[in-house]
Ligand binder design. Structure first.
Ligand code: ZN
Length: 250
């Protein structure tokens, strides 16, 4: 199962180039709406070199299950399994990238993909097995950043107006930008907006469990100290340029 996102891109990289032609299944009707023809076609073109590099055929299942019976994040597993079942006459087993680590499950449960329900993706005809079940998003960023062809393929921004590109301004993009900075020391040109300053940080929801986990994991890291120092410098610069009454308010 391959969406073009960070999780599944990392999974394919870890699996490496397949010795025989393999199948990468992308579902239209999950991240992309069933009618999102133009942007979904752009996604297919964007991920094509990466899949070819790893010796995969690109296969698409298009489904309107979200609209008619299975909306909401708790139905994500059902939609994933349903799409795989369509190919059960061809395959007995498939793989998908786990979304959260065990620690993240503790905070995001009952998110639709978790270590409990991941074990139940099985019918008489086909089984879907989770991979990379204890790898954090930051660790995934670190690996993907080493492979330019993977980096050019990934698409994770939920803003469909820029899809399949990454806006660089939404909460998910900003969070991922932070991870690139911490893991690699730089923000790669995979974002429409590659800037990062004090205003960018305003996008982050510090009470969001995923952001909190990221900060907890890296709070003692040298890279994060450098990062926060940079942010504080930005804030200080802003403060210097503000009128006196606004300084007091901030
Ligand atoms: Zn975005």
């Amino acid at each position: 199962m391959y969406s073009g996102g960070l999780d599944s891109s990392h999974m394919l990289l870890r699996l490496g180039r397949r010795p025989q032609r393999a199948c990468a299944l992308t579902v239209q009707g999950l991240d992309y709406g069933v009618d999102a023809g133009k942007s979904f076609n752009s996604l297919k073109k964007k991920i094509e070199p990466f899949l070819e590099h790893l010796n995969y055929d690109q296969v698409v299942v298009r489904t309107n299950a979200t609209a008619i019976t299975a909306s909401g994040r708790h139905s994500y597993a059902l939609r994933l399994m349903g799409a795989a079942s369509i190919l059960s006459g061809v395959f007995e087993e498939g793989h998908f990238a786990a979304d959260c680590t065990h620690a993240q499950d503790m905070l995001t449960f009952p998110f639709g993909l978790n270590h409990i329900t991941n074990k139940y993706f099985e019918t008489d005809d086909i089984v879907l097995r989770p991979l990379e079940e204890d790898v954090t998003r930051s660790e995934k960023v670190a690996l993907v950043a080493t492979e330019p062809i993977a980096l050019n393929a990934i698409s994770f921004c939920p803003d469909r107006s820029v899809a399949p590109y990454n806006c660089g301004q939404c909460e998910k993009c900003v969070r991922t930008k932070m991870m690139f900075m911490v893991e690699t020391g730089a923000i790669p040109p995979i974002f429409v907006d590659t800037s990062f300053n004090a205003h960018t940080l305003d996008t982050l929801k510090l009470d969001d469990s995923k952001v909190a986990l990221f900060l907890l994991r890296h709070i003692s890291g040298r890279a994060l100290r450098v990062f926060w120092t940079g942010c504080l410098d930005s804030k200080r610069d802003l403060l210097v340029n503000l009128p006196q009454d606004q300084k007091r308010k901030d």
